[in-house]
Design a protein around this ligand. Structure first.
Ligand code: IMP
Ligand code: MG
Length: 177
């Protein structure tokens, strides 16, 4: 057992992997004529999803990353509107077709900040691809082109998503009851 606290599986690994293949096929079709395509990883949580999605794509693309932080104190569960830029976008996006890859969209504050950073570089197009979305928690209405799974309001972890920096290594999505 990776950890002792009892928890439930919300989305098992085979389900995640098959959903990623389906998302990649959709993106391959939508971007067949687009160039250059840049996949932008929102660190740190999106990393495993980003790697799997990038590997499943057949269209040529380059990779970039950005890191923002919306949770203040360790243990805090409430996103605040003030999102800190920890690492700015590391490659120029001007004229690129940008696909922002995120682990989970909760209130939408973090993604709003990321989209402002992307838009400031005047890309050719922008789309958001998130593994998980919690629509019932949304405060900011961010446009989501590709959603892996829409979930109920559970505090989840695994597949890159942490609880106080732990459990990112799990290959499935879990939650505490
Ligand atoms: P938002 O700014 O409220 O949309 O929150 C987005 C960020 O909050 C995500 O990238 C995660 O880092 C974190 N987050 C939101 N919901 C959860 C959750 O259920 N478990 C763990 N982290 C979460
Ligand atoms: Mg995130």
């Amino acid at each position: 057992m990776p950890f002792a606290k009892p928890h439930k599986t919300l989305i098992a690994n085979p389900q995640i992997e098959s959903r990623i293949r389906a998302l990649a096929a959709e993106i391959d079709a939508a971007y067949a004529q687009a160039a250059p395509v840049v996949l932008l990883c929102v660190l740190t949580g999106a990393r495993p999803f980003f790697e799997a999605l990038s590997a499943a794509l057949t269209i040529p693309h380059t990779r970039a990353s950005v890191q923002v932080s919306s949770y203040g104190a360790v243990g805090a569960r409430l996103s605040t509107g003030d999102v800190r830029i920890v690492q700015p976008i590391d490659v120029p996006l001007h004229h690129a077709h940008v696909i922002v890859v995120e682990d989970i969209i909760d209130t939408g504050y973090s993604m709003r900040t990321v989209l402002e950073l992307v838009d400031a570089q005047r890309p050719a197009s922008v789309a958001v691809c998130t593994l998980l979305s919690k629509p019932s928690r949304r405060v900011i209405d961010v446009p989501l082109e590709y959603v892996g799974f829409s979930i109920d309001d559970h505090f989840v972890f695994g597949y890159g998503i942490d609880v106080d920096q732990q459990y990112r290594e799990l290959n499935y999505i879990g939650y505490f009851e």
